[in-house]
Design a protein around this ligand. Structure first.
Ligand SMILES: Nc1ncnc2c1ncn2[C@@H]1O[C@H](COP(=O)(O)OP(=O)(O)OP(=O)(O)O)[C@@H](O)[C@H]1O
Length: 314
């Protein structure tokens, strides 16, 4: 388990991280989301022992990151935001160097390097100098060093930053696979990454956790989640809105589009999933509204993210 207990960090008078607490179990992939300067990297640097907390504590697999730092670091892989690499080494040479730092030697080190080169799709550049790699391949090498010793716990600061769409897809697939038996935290600005990879997400703003939920649970916080989008044509001279608002279980409606007699109306239910769509369809048929489509909306993470983080800023 990765455990953060009231982690707090001051830089001078500025409280960058404010009593952040959470746990991540094996089998979980936690997305760490937040606007710029929210405190994501600072939290990760404290979790990995690169930055001492001003208050609070962190433990990796039961080892305190300050009091039992060496054991905690052995158990984890860390991909920092601007990961340092040795530019004048070849990719293979760099990974062999990392293997030695991780205490591997001989056959064990060779096997770990080969396995990682395969996993991270680095075969084609294995003899190239790290300093001459493209940004995306450089990021893959950084990722490779974090998983070389097959750690139980992984902390990844923006792991797909700088990758092209195909590479992003490959790295996400890899993270998902590794997430089956490891505990993983990844920070990202990309909300689709949360849907693609994470089993849970934390939204942090101004150093404080604002939400900690599954992607589905976060989407459900959107006002639009569970609302109905009804597209229909009304008979000449008919205003359908008062009648729609009087249907049992409707809170309010919102006209999204109107073009002559054609309308798109959003209908908000009192309670999600209580069969309102059937009642709306029945009402439309009774009133001669020609219903073209009636769909249930799914809340969007970007709306929830904006609502949560903007509220914090204002
Ligand atoms: N070494 C430091 N000295 C002083 N202030 C710092 C230091 N590191 C971070 N900060 C400040 O702490 C706050 C949080 O920074 P942090 O890098 O953790 O944010 P972040 O959420 O990772 O942002 P981004 O998404 O932009 O990478 C910011 O206001 C930043 O300027």
């Amino acid at each position: 388990m990765i455990e953060a207990k009231q982690l707090t960090k001051f830089f001078g008078d500025h409280k960058a991280v404010d009593e952040v607490s959470f746990t991540v179990e094996k089998g979980e992939i936690l997305g760490f989301l937040g606007p710029n300067a929210a405190g994501k990297s600072t939290t990760m640097r404290m979790l990995t022992g690169y930055l001492p907390p001003s208050a609070g504590a962190a433990a990796i697999g039961g080892c305190d990151i300050v009091a039992d730092s060496l054991n905690a670091r052995r158990k984890m892989g860390y991909l920092p935001e601007n990961a340092p690499v040795y530019e004048d080494m070849t990719v293979t040479g760099f990974l062999q160097f990392i293997a030695r730092i991780r205490g591997l030697s001989g056959r064990e080190a060779d096997d770990a390097v080969e396995r990682t080169i395969g996993k991270c799709f680095l075969e084609g550049v294995r003899h190239q100098m790290v300093g001459t790699l493209s940004k995306g391949f450089n990021q893959r090498v950084c990722f490779a060093q974090s998983i070389l010793h097959d750690p139980e716990y992984l902390i990844l600061d923006e792991p797909t930053d700088g990758l092209d769409p195909n590479q992003k897809h490959e790295v996400r697939t890899m993270i998902r696979e590794m997430g089956r038996d490891k505990a993983i935290i990844l920070s990202t600005h990309i909300l689709e990454e949360v849907d693609a990879v994470c089993t849970r997400a934390i939204i942090i703003a101004n150093g404080v956790i604002q939400a900690d939920d599954t992607p589905k649970g976060l989407r459900a916080r959107s006002e639009k989640d569970g609302s109905l989008a009804a597209r229909f044509t009304v008979p000449e001279g008919v205003d359908p809105i008062p009648g729609l608002e009087a249907v049992d279980g409707v809170v309010k409606t919102e006209v999204m589009e109107q073009d002559g007699l054609k309308m798109l109306v959003r209908i908000y239910p009192v309670k999600k999933g209580d069969g309102l769509a059937a009642r709306i369809a029945e009402y439309a048929a009774g009133q001669g509204l020609a219903l073209e489509s009636l769909t249930e909306e799914i809340g969007r993470l970007d709306e929830v993210f904006r609502a949560i983080t903007m509220k914090q800023e204002s």
